[in-house]
Write a protein that binds this ligand. Structure first.
Ligand code: PLP
Length: 234
């Protein structure tokens, strides 16, 4: 973990780099939201980020979100970005602002039935394995259209866009290509005006590639280590 002053400073640097990337691509920087990915970081580190003005946090495990969210102030916005097991859905509540990892039918069904039972409409992003990385979750690009066509049958799940994780061993050029492909897929499917589907958001870009993601159209970037330093546990 970085020292407290370190977190404040690295946050400022990341925000500045986002603004500069937005500038280069003639985008309004206010359309890009920074998620501080706080997995494996102690609550004190999140509080430091909060103190530095950060309000949007992302966790990748339900258990960690359950432990940390009640300690942080209520005006934080929580995002879930990790693979979501269907047996964890029952622990979620409307204070989860967005689920970035809707990646299969079984999860769609459970979210819908749990939402119906408790009167919740979940806001989600469909995770797309745009890099076709066998080690990564997500729908294949060619599966996304059919998946979206069925969303209208699950009224307790709203889809607002796509999320992707770049391939680990990809070059910068390849990674930029993946981000661009996701945006093109979004534009193509948005034009179909599928019922119950509004693809305004693109969640892409992490510590190593968030500026490229901004240049290619990201509306959420998910940055962990570049803000908090090394994670505490693995
Ligand atoms: C951990 C994680 C991140 C942040 O990764 P860093 O390399 O620490 O910036 C972003 N997205 C997802 C889905 C993650 O699991």
């Amino acid at each position: 973990m970085l020292t407290n002053a370190g977190i404040e400073q690295s946050l400022a640097e990341v925000r500045q780099r986002i603004d500069q990337a937005a500038d280069r691509s003639h985008r309004d920087p206010r359309t890009i939201r920074l998620l501080a990915v706080s997995k494996f970081q102690p609550v004190s580190a999140l509080e430091e980020a909060y103190h530095a003005g950060q309000r949007r946090f992302a966790e990748n495990r339900v258990q960690e979100w359950l432990e940390k969210a009640p300690i942080l102030k209520k005006d934080c916005e929580w995002h879930l970005v990790g693979s979501l097991q269907t047996n964890k859905v029952k622990y979620l509540d409307p204070s989860v602002f967005m689920i970035h990892s809707l990646d299969r039918f079984s999860l769609l069904k459970i979210l819908n039935s749990e939402g119906e039972r408790r009167g919740i409409i979940w806001t989600t992003l469909v995770q797309v394995n745009i890099a076709r990385d066998p080690a990564k979750a997500g729908l294949k690009p060619e599966e996304v259209s059919d998946f979206l066509d069925s969303i209208g049958d699950y009224p307790h799940v709203q889809v607002q866009g796509f999320m992707t994780i770049g391939a680990v061993d990809a070059s910068a050029t390849e990674t930029r290509g993946f981000f661009r492909q996701l945006r093109v897929l979004r534009d193509t499917l948005q034009a179909k005006e599928i019922s119950g589907v509004d693809l305004r958001e693109l969640s892409m870009g992490m510590s190593g590639d968030f500026e490229m993601a901004v240049e290619e159209g990201a509306t959420f970037v998910r940055v962990g280590r570049q803000i908090f330093g090394t994670r505490q546990k693995v």
